[in-house]
Design a protein around this ligand. Sequence first.
Ligand code: NDP
Ligand code: OXD
Length: 314
Amino acid sequence: MDSVNGSLLILMPDREDDAGLLAANLREMVAGLEVRIWPELGDPADVRMVVSWRHPPGALGRFPNLDVVASFGAGVEHILVDKGLPSGVRIVRTVDESLVRDMVEYVLLAVVTWRRRWESFQLNQAKGLWAPQSYPAQTSVLVLGAGRLGGAVSKALIDLGHRVASWSRTGSESQGARCLEVEGALCEALPHAEGVICLLPLSSETEGILSRPMFERMKEGSLLVNVARGRHLVEEDLLDALKRGRPAHAVLDVFREEPLPAAHSFWTHPKITVTPHVAALTDPKEAARRVAENWRRLSEGEDLLDVVDVERGY
Ligand code: NDP
Ligand code: OXD
C-alpha cells in the first residue's frame, strides 16, 4: 500500500503499550507511512490523521492539516467531548469482528451465569453443599442499543433461545429481536425483562438513562449489565434500587471514574460484579488494519469506513 503525503499521529497517552503495537503494525502494513507517537509530534503541519484514545482536550487544535480522527475503540464520546475539536475534521471509529465477538461473549457470560445461578453453586461448593436449583426455561432480555454491538448481542441471545427485545433511537431492525422505539415502548418492556443490557453510545440523550425511573419499572430479581459507559448510570440510584431487588444484581464493566477508586462502595457490594473495562478490548493489529484501510481511502479520496455522525453523537 502506498502512502499519501503527511503523517499519522497516535495520541493515546494512557495506553502506551497499545500505541506501540499499533504503530508497529501500521508501519508494517503501510509502506512509507510516517507514524508518530505522542508526544513526539514532528512538524504539526504534517499530521493528516490522529488515532485517539482519551486525548488531552484541545490537543487536536495544533494540527492545521488534520483530516481524520480515528477512535481506538467503538465509543467516540471521548473525542466529541473535546470543545477544541477542529471543524470539518471527520471522525471514524474502530469496530472489528473480534471486538464484536468479545462483547457478545462477555454479555452471554453475564446473562448465563446469572440465569444458571453459578454464584450460588460456587458458594455451595465452599460449604460442601449439594443443592440443585432449577432455572427458567427461557429468559427475556432487553438490549438497549441495536448497533454493531447491541445487534450482535441480541442475535446471540436469540440463537440461545431467549426472548429478546431491542430498544434503539429509530427502532432499528435487530437480528430478529422485537424492536422498540420511543420511551413508551421501553417503559412497557422493562417489567418483563429478566435481564437489561446497556449498549448505548454515551450522548446528551443517553447520559444517566440507567437511573431511578428505569429501575422502578424493572422486574424484581432481574439483572442489569452495563457495558457501555459509566455515565449512563446514576450510581446512587443503583445502590437504592439494589436494596429493592430491581435489579437484584448488576454487572458493571464501565464507571464514571476509571480506574474505579479503591474506596468506591461498588468494589465490596455483594450485589455488584465489577470488571475493569474489559468487556471488549480493541486488538491493536485489527485496529491497524482498519486505520490502514482508512489511510488508503483518505489518500485515494474514497469514502471512509465507520464514519461517525457528529450531530447525532455516535
Ligand atoms: P452503534 O453506534 O453501532 O449503535 C448505537 C445504538 O444505540 C444504535 O442502535 C442507536 O440507535 C442506539 N441509540 C443511540 N442513541 C440512542 C438514544 N438516544 N435512544 C435510544 N437508542 C439510541 O454503537 P456500538 O454498538 O458499536 O457500541 C455501543 C457502545 O458500546 C459504544 O458507544 C461504547 O460506549 C460501548 N463499548 C464498550 C466497550 C467495553 O469494553 N465496555 C467496548 C466497545 C464499545 P439507531 O439504531 O436507531 O441509530
Ligand atoms: C470502546 C471501549 O469504546 O473499549 O471500544 O470502551
